[in-house]
Design a binder for this molecule. Structure first.
Ligand code: GH3
Ligand code: MG
Ligand code: MG
Length: 754
């Protein structure tokens, strides 16, 4: 018997819980999670299991919104235990809350990447919510809440199914989602949930569009795109109305609409409009920065804008948005969302010619994708394990043991197969395990060629004998294996045992019972496996599950191997390009520093070298001289013998001048018929002597060209670098003045700076 005071507590708590249940969105946004937490505390004190379960339910939702999925999953278990202790009638009365708790528990597990465990919970949530909706409920609040839960459960179970790549089943779930109510329904929570469910639905349709396009099924792709567009159009007016018309749609609901529309437009190759939609997405959510999804939403928007910018040939802009997206995702470790952003980065960098950076991003992308695929494989394995687990509960003791052993083996195989980066090893391991796990007389693996047109036999064995088969066109009308690949689903065939098909290879045994299972990664088919036998009871659901699991592991491993091969190829191609590039750069450098006619350094090189020599001379307080050389009356040479003769003379003078240099001296052609010399360590007397030797050598030289013999002379001006000089120009202009004096006083002579 409860005392009256305690009863009052319970009544008060009941109405508080009901208030938060009704207005979860507003309460959660306005009063923070501590309100919900205090409800759980109060419920624990009352010891009332129904209230405890309902308050826990609310806290789970709050935790999920804040990304604390692990805590939510544990709490959900406590809540479900509370429900289990309710008497039947009380449980019935709380049906909607029970469904909600199943859903939040499932949702938390799903977010933790444990869809294998999440799926049965979510399935139960859908069933329970459907029961609740079908029953006459106490109040309209209860009724509405049940609707909510049903919608959310359908939406979550859809996500869970997508996570294990069951796109078709997921879409079938979404198709059960009711239409968005007419304006007038003023429940933002309900409308937001409905919209969110629709966005998920549209995303699933998009996944199927990509899959259908990859499979060449244009009609299906077109039909799904039309459905997606219809869904979007169905709500656009209400969504875009904006809060000022008191639309019962929150910013969160609106952002989802714009994101979905943006993705749709990207898929339809309309990047300009897509970009605008992502901008509106940001606008819609910026009104609700407290939402637990704020960062994630912004990340998604910028990722979309990056993709749109890339499609608009604006790689810089794309890069800018990828950086913004990554910064948002960093806070939540959104691996799955990050991978495509890296791909956009790689493509943007590539189109900017930043090959090395592009390559690095590509590597990052592959690493992330490998992680995503590995997680998906684990999820899928969990899914299969859960399926097998259910069957195990129903089976006899004997098969208990057999399946337990199988599960263990499957886990090991998964690790073994996916650890391989070599396609042949993968095929070998697959064939070994098919042999031990499945009672097949015949087993073969077929892989799709690069063009995606032909299936090639990668492995085949029949009664222990290796068999080989000719390539098979993917559009082959009779072949089961080709059909399995085309349709991306298992085909279980049981032919009448006395009717061998036309496709039977003569001389081979007819095996009427077969499974053909495609090797699929993401939305791509890589090939297929087939097992065949003549025993009618050999292939049941278990065998199918085992084969499916092997296919999943095998496909991932083969895809990894292909990605690895591709990466190797890219690496070596890039290395080749890199080598060529650095060779060319070196050549270019050399050319840009050398005078083409004489082969001696040019003016630019001289200035660079001069800077170095000055610094050196200043540091060591050592001498440094510069000398200018100008050929006398060179115009006459050109005039008399032609420009070509002049060129030969220039080259020969450069050669002679070079011969007179000491090691460490530096000669450059700094003008048409002018040369300059850097003479480190040479004081005034020594510099004059070097120039004089050079002058004499030029004077002695005979230039032969086209039967002519000609001689030239040159004038020199020499100057020393002084401690007060800031740059080489000071010494240069003194050398120039000295040269001028040489010209003035008769040419063919050396003048020093006085
Ligand atoms: P000066 O003794 O006063 O130096 O007389 P100059 O004729 O050498 O002097 P000026 O500076 O008037 O003429 C330089 C000439 O050098 C003009 C141009 O035709 C010639 N020249 C400059 N660069 C080249 C070249 O690359 N090849 C040839 N063949 N001639 C060149
Ligand atoms: Mg000159
Ligand atoms: Mg001259």
């Amino acid at each position: 018997m409860t005392d009256p005071a305690g009863l009052a507590d319970i009544v008060a708590l009941d109405s508080d819980i009901a208030r938060v249940e009704r207005d979860f969105y507003h309460v959660f946004a306005a009063e923070s999670a501590s309100v919900v937490e205090s409800l759980v505390g109060r419920a624990r004190e009352t010891g009332n299991p129904a209230l405890l379960a309902r308050s826990i339910c609310l806290q789970c939702r709050a935790l999920i919104a804040r990304g604390q999925h692990a805590v939510a999953a544990v709490l959900a278990r406590e809540g479900l235990a509370a429900f289990a202790s309710l008497t039947d009638s009380a449980a019935w009365a709380n049906l909607a809350a029970r469904a909600e708790l199943l859903r939040t528990g499932g949702c938390a597990l799903l977010k933790l990447g444990r869809s294998g465990e999440a799926l049965p919970l979510l399935q139960d949530a859908v069933t329970t919510a459907e029961l609740a909706v079908a029953r006459p409920l106490r109040t309209t609040d209860d009724e509405r809440r049940s609707q909510h839960v049903l919608i959310r459960s359908l939406s979550n179970i859809g996500s869970a199914l997508l996570a294990v790549r069951e796109i078709d089943t997921a879409i079938a779930m979404y198709e059960r989602i009711p239409a968005v109510p007419e304006p007038g329904a003023d429940d933002p929570g309900l409308i937001d949930d409905l919209l969110l469910a629709r966005w998920n639905w549209i995303d699933a349709l998009h996944q199927r569009v990509r899959r259908s396009r990859a499979a060449g099924d244009r009609d299906r792709a077109e039909a799904d795109l039309v459905t997606a567009l219809r869904l979007l159009e169905g709500v656009s007016e209400r969504v875009t109305a904006g809060p000022e018309v008191s639309s019962p749609i929150t910013g969160y609901g609106r952002q989802g609409y714009y994101a979905s529309l943006g993705r749709h437009l990207l898929l339809a190759e309309r990047p300009d409009e897509a970009f605008e939609m992502f901008e509106r997405q940001i606008e819609a959510i910026s009104a609700e920065p407290d939402s637990g999804m704020y960062d994630w939403v912004l990340g998604i928007a910028h990722a979309g804008m990056a993709q749109a910018a890339l499609a608009q040939d604006a790689p810089q802009e794309a890069l800018r948005h990828t950086a913004l997206a990554l910064a948002r995702f960093e806070r939540h470790d959104e691996v799955e969302e990050r991978a495509p952003v890296l791909l956009v980065r790689a493509m943007a960098l590539r189109s900017l010619g930043e090959f090395e950076d592009a390559y690095n991003e590509l590597e990052g992308y592959h690493a992330l994708r490998a992680r995503v695929e590995a997680e998906a494989a684990q999820q899928y394995a969990g899914h299969v394990t859960a399926k097998l687990g259910l069957e195990r509960a129903r089976a006899e003791t004997e098969s208990h043991r057999r399946i337990a052993a199988t599960l263990e083996t499957l886990g090991r195989i998964g690790q073994e197969i996916t650890a391989n980066l070599d396609a042949e090893a993968v095929v070998r391991i697959l064939s070994r395990y098919v042999g031990t796990l499945l009672a097949a007389r015949s087993f073969s693996i077929w892989l799709l060629d690069d063009a995606g047109r032909e299936l090639r036999s990668a492995f085949g064995v029949e009664d222990g004998q290796a068999v080989s088969a000719a390539p098979l066109p993917l559009d082959h009308a009779q072949s089961w294996i080709a059909r399995a690949v085309r349709e991306r689903q298992d085909i279980v065939a049981a032919l009448p045992p006395d009717q061998a098909p036309a496709t039977l290879i003569p001389g081979t045994p007819f095996m009427p019972f077969a499974i053909f299972a495609p090797l699929i990664v993401g939305d791509r088919a890589l090939g297929a496996l087939s097992i065949q036998t003549d025993r009618p009871d050999a292939f049941g659901d278990n065998e199918r599950s085992i084969l499916r699991t092997l296919c999943t592991y095998g496909a991932i491993a083969l895809d990894n191997a292909a990605a690895y091969r591709e990466l190797r190829r890219t690496v070596s191609a890039l290395q080749g390009t890199q080598n060529e590039l650095s060779m060319r750069t070196a050549e270019f450098e050399r050319l840009s520093l050398t005078d083409q006619l004489t082969g001696v350094p040019n003016r630019r090189h001289f200035m660079e070298r001069a800077t170095i020599e000055i610094a050196e001379a200043q540091r060591n307080a050592s001498a440094l001289a510069v000398a200018m050389l100008d050929i006398d009356h060179f115009k006459d040479v050109n005039d008399r013998y032609g420009h070509a003769a002049g060129d030969v003379a220039l080259a020969q003078i450069a050669l002679i001048a070079k011969e007179g240099l000491r090691s460490g001296d530096f000669l450059a052609r700094v003008g048409g018929e002018e040369f300059a010399l850097l003479l480190p360590g040479a004081g005034p007397t020594e510099a004059l002597a070097i120039a004089e030797r050079m002058r004499a050598a030029i004077e002695r030289m005979t230039i032969r060209f086209d039967g002519f013999e000609l001689r030239v002379t040159a004038s020199f001006g020499v100057a020393n670098f002084k401690s007060g000089d800031q740059t080489i120009d000071d010494a240069f202009s003194r050398a120039d003045s000295a040269l001028y004096r040489s010209k003035q006083t008769g040419r063919n002579r050396v003048t020093g700076d006085p």
